[in-house]
Design a protein around this ligand. Structure first.
Ligand SMILES: Nc1ncnc2c1ncn2[C@@H]1O[C@H](COP(=O)(O)OP(=O)(O)OP(=O)(O)O)[C@@H](O)[C@H]1O
Length: 302
């Protein structure tokens, strides 16, 4: 097995000059004597194929250069391949994206030089991975997934990408104005809840939507999904509680319920809202979500 790193870089992630960044990254890796091979993604979800080939060739250490979308696809490639146990594989991230929510849970700075120092130290955590099944697909997630308002925003974000970080705010405003709540039937453990719902969120890590926190007491290695059911929240509630969306205090709001569980099913009754996983639109309608405890190693700050 190779101890060398295989880099998968998304040249279109973020809004920085990638070829300049790539030169700097290679230089910094060489300075630290970190041995690597690399490939650039040429189309959306190309990461999955590149990971598959790298693992087949014997690589067990993968660096994802990009944003949350790139990392999400690298994780999916690892979970879908059949050559190695996923817990024998390690992922490190050199952030390039505009949002980069996964790195925030582990205090990995959005800075190439510091990210490479962290890779050099190679402190690892064996993290849980979520499994989300829709009517016609199975997708893995490493950060946060959900359906309803958050799915609407992620979908809107695609069309507003050119606005950079402002796109999150614009999408949020569009959601406030146009998103219509749906009745969700939510089934988990011995419970069945039926409620008008703004969104239901499934967390492994803490942050989504560009730094917002909707989940409570997150633990990324306990084998449990941190579920938040945001019920009848309205526009005014969201606007008045804006700072709490970022501080995480929103989970104490009386219109929110939080649970920890291993598996959950959500059936929207009155519409087919968008489903998102790690900031990527996965589909619409009903979802079934499970968790795989301690599935992949990630390089994190210590
Ligand atoms: N060469 C490519 N051409 C088009 N799409 C690509 C290419 N390479 C990767 N992608 C896709 O780009 C998507 C978005 O990338 P990513 O999320 O990493 O960047 P970002 O949007 O800038 O960052 P963030 O999500 O953190 O804001 C991913 O779904 C990925 O599959």
């Amino acid at each position: 097995m190779s101890t060398s790193w295989f880099i998968i870089a998304n040249p279109i992630s973020g809004n920085r000059n990638f070829s300049k960044q790539w030169k700097e990254i290679q230089q910094l890796l060489n300075n630290k004597k970190i041995d690597f091979s690399f490939a650039f993604t040429k189309f959306s979800k190309h990461e999955i194929e590149l990971v598959d080939t790298a693992i087949q060739q014997g690589f067990r250490n993968i660096i994802s250069i990009g944003g949350d979308g790139t990392l999400h696809n690298v994780v999916n490639g690892i979970m879908m391949q059949r050559y190695a146990k996923t817990s024998d594989i390690t992922i490190a991230v050199i952030p390039q994206g505009t949002g980069n929510d996964w790195i925030k849970t582990y205090n990995i700075p959005n800075n190439v030089k510091k990210a490479i120092e962290i890779i050099h130290k190679k402190n690892i955590i064996l993290q849980d991975i979520g499994v989300l099944e829709t009517d016609n697909s199975t997708v893995f997630f490493n950060n946060v997934a959900g359906l309803g308002y958050d799915g609407y925003i992620v979908n809107k974000l695609k069309t507003l990408k050119s606005f950079g970080s402002l796109a999150y705010i614009l999408s949020g405003i569009a959601g406030l104005l146009f998103y219509k709540k749906t009745v969700f039937k939510i089934i988990f453990d011995d419970k069945i809840l039926e409620t008008n719902c703004l969104m239901t969120v499934f967390g492994i890590c803490k942050f989504s939507g560009g730094g917002m926190q909707f989940t409570k007491n997150v633990n990324s290695t306990d084998g449990l999904l941190d579920v938040t059911i945001a019920k009848n929240l309205n526009i005014l509630d969201l606007i008045l509680n804006l700072p709490k969306l970022y501080s995480g205090k929103i989970v104490d709001h009386k219109k929110l319920e939080t649970y920890k569980t291993k598996a959950i099913r959500v059936v929207p009754k009155t519409a087919k809202p968008f489903i998102q996983a790690d900031g990527e639109v996965i589909g619409t309608g009903e979802v079934q979500v499970k968790i795989i405890e301690k599935a992949i190693n990630f390089v994190v700050t210590n």
